[in-house]
Design a protein around this ligand. Structure first.
Ligand code: NAP
Length: 528
């Protein structure tokens, strides 16, 4: 058995041993403890170090230099890709393919923001729109600008994407000129720990630009100030605690929350079995149910099927999911297609969640009680095989039904039959209370404007897939740095990524009101 390693936090410029009770990290396929963490101390000093040292040094760099820093970080992390994949398999229960999705996603965001940096000029602020006259004479104008905030970007991440979650947020904050204190979810923090070690020991970032807090969040939020930003990804419950934290409220700390989501797929009534579009629907649904064992915020949870297609869709999905169920197991075995859930708590919640869904839908494939899995010791490992449920058309319209309220964070989705009308489909999607992404599969020529108008308010991202782009289409759970990620309501009402838009979270939008001559000089002096 490998020795148990203790993972330290990196705070105030050095690795800091923790103090207090240990928490273990496990291999979720074997339940073997593989590392421990302990609570960190002096978090107020860590925040001060970031503000005083990290913020000042990042703001002293030009935007082009910050972009170069992102590119070097992408290159170095890519060089360590194999090592990171192995850690993700061991600590996250990821298959190699799942691990690549996370790690390549992280380097992809770094590269995308490095490229963007090259297009934004080198002014210390970003000009936001044109200067607008406030008087008829045009002598007094207002110009909006984005300037970097002088606080710390505190990043609190979920367990499912330890690499992309950490780096996707950090790349944007660094480009905006803010130092980062990153707190990964404890259960899978080894990948984030290794990424921090690679970047810090390789001296790729200015001093204080990155700190890593492993273990519990402790009293961190008590020490946040008015220039700080918290970007949180995780459950709606934890998001609500952070939002309602007394010190956060007192100082008006800026908060971005990315939380649960009941993403939907709408299969248009014009889709027919035997077409490329039908095959795409099935392929995407299977990917979005089983990739990362369904532990993806963008995974498909609700599949809206026109009543006349219900049987064909059910048969096709069950066949493909059966195949993955047969190869669910320990991802150390290369034949395995789907790994375990990340923790025993996730398995407990997943089984319990399926039970809740069965109040309004019946299970048409899968067994939450299965205990024998490929390459896994009998009854060891936190496995949940793919589960497909099916509701009736009447239940699908019930906004209080479990599938519109409960995100089961595992390989679980529900078929929701509907009458094929877009109005009905939109009503069902909206019942989810706000989602990160939903996808419409249809060749109806008016679908994009109709879907945008009727679904847009309920979604962070709308994907429209038709026969013509079937071969080139991306599975809807894939988040591109160019597209905004976030969603209203249940999904947290946050927004990240989306190219240059993301910099706003880490900047103050200031309306500079002055004489026209002064503002002209201002843009002459500082335009990039
Ligand atoms: P979680 O239990 O809410 O934990 C998220 C993070 O918050 C962890 O780092 C956790 O640290 C920390 N935390 C726990 N209690 C806290 C507190 N009182 N104050 C501040 N931070 C605290 O969520 P999870 O189980 O890791 O992630 C699963 C959830 O994340 C799912 O619901 C999923 O939908 C959501 N998610 C959303 C997105 C998105 O972009 N919208 C992406 C991925 C996941 P410890 O681990 O140390 O407890």
């Amino acid at each position: 058995m490998d020795p148990i390693e203790e993972l330290a936090s990196h705070l105030r410029g050095a690795w800091q041993p923790g103090d207090g009770p240990t928490q273990s990290l496990f291999n979720p396929a074997t339940q073997e403890a593989i590392a421990v963490v302990r609570p960190a101390r002096e978090l107020a000093n860590a925040l001060a170090f970031a503000r005083d040292v990290g913020g000042a040094s990042l703001r002293a760099l030009t935007r082009k230099q910050r972009g170069e820093l992102l590119q070097s970080a992408a290159k170095v992390l890519h060089e360590h890709r194999e090592e990171l994949i192995e850690l993700a398999v061991r600590n996250g229960g990821n298959t190699r393919s799942d691990a690549k999705f996370d790690i390549d996603g992280a380097t992809g965001v770094l590269s995308a923001y490095a490229e963007l940096a090259g297009t934004l000029g080198d002014s210390p602020w970003l000009v936001d729109g044109e200067a607008v006259s406030l008087t008829r004479s045009g002598k007094v104008k207002v110009q909006h600008v984005l300037v970097p905030r002088h606080g710390v970007a505190v990043h609190i991440n979920a367990f499912n994407f330890p690499a992309w979650g950490m780096i996707g947020k950090a790349a944007v904050a660094w480009l905006a000129g803010m130092p980062v204190l990153s707190k990964p979810a404890t259960s899978t923090c080894w990948v984030a720990h290794r990424i921090a070690a690679i970047l810090l020991e390789g001296k790729l970032l200015p001093e204080g630009a990155l700190q890593l807090l492993v273990g519990p969040v402790g009293d961190l939020l008590d020490h946040l100030g008015p220039q700080d930003v918290v970007a949180f990804t995780g459950s709606a419950d934890t998001g609500a605690k952070i939002r309602g934290h007394a010190n956060v409220l007192r100082h008006g700390v800026r908060i971005n929350v990315e939380a649960d989501s009941l993403n939907a797929v709408i299969i248009g009534s014009d889709v027919s079995p035997g077409t490329e579009l039908f095959d795409l629907v099935v392929r995407d649904c299977v990917t979005e149910i089983t990739q990362k064992a369904g532990q993806k915020c963008t995974a498909t949870r609700r599949i809206l099927v026109p009543e006349h297609l219900l049987e064909a869709v059910r048969i096709a999905l069950v066949e493909r999911l059966d195949d993955i169920a047969a190869r669910t197991g320990n991802p150390a075995d290369p034949q395995v297609r789907m790994g375990p859930l990340a923790t025993d708590q996730q398995l407990h919640d997943g089984r319990n969640g399926v039970h809740v869904l069965t109040a309004d839908a019946r299970v048409v494939r899968g067994d939450t009680g299965r205990t024998v899995f490929m390459g896994a010791a009998d009854a060891k490992g936190w496995f949940l095989e793919p589960i497909l449920l099916e509701a009736t058309s009447a239940a699908a319209l019930e906004p209080r039904a479990g599938f519109h309220r409960r995100e089961v964070f595992g390989p679980v989705a529900t078929l929701l039959p509907y009458d094929g009308s877009f109005a009905r489909a939109a009503q069902i999607v909206a019942a989810g209370g706000g989602s990160l992404v939903s996808t419409v599969y249809s060749d109806d020529r008016d679908i994009s404007s109709r879907a945008t108008l009727e679904l847009g308010a309920f979604l962070g991202r709308l994907v429209i897939a038709g026969e013509k782009i079937a071969a080139a289409s991306f599975s809807p759970g894939l988040v591109f740095p160019q597209a905004a990620h976030g969603g209203p309501g249940r999904a947290g009402s946050g927004e990240e990524l989306g190219g240059v838009r993301a910099l706003a979270l880490y900047s103050q939008r200031t309306a500079v009101q002055a004489g026209a001559a002064q503002l002209a000089k201002f843009s002459e002096t500082h335009a990039g």
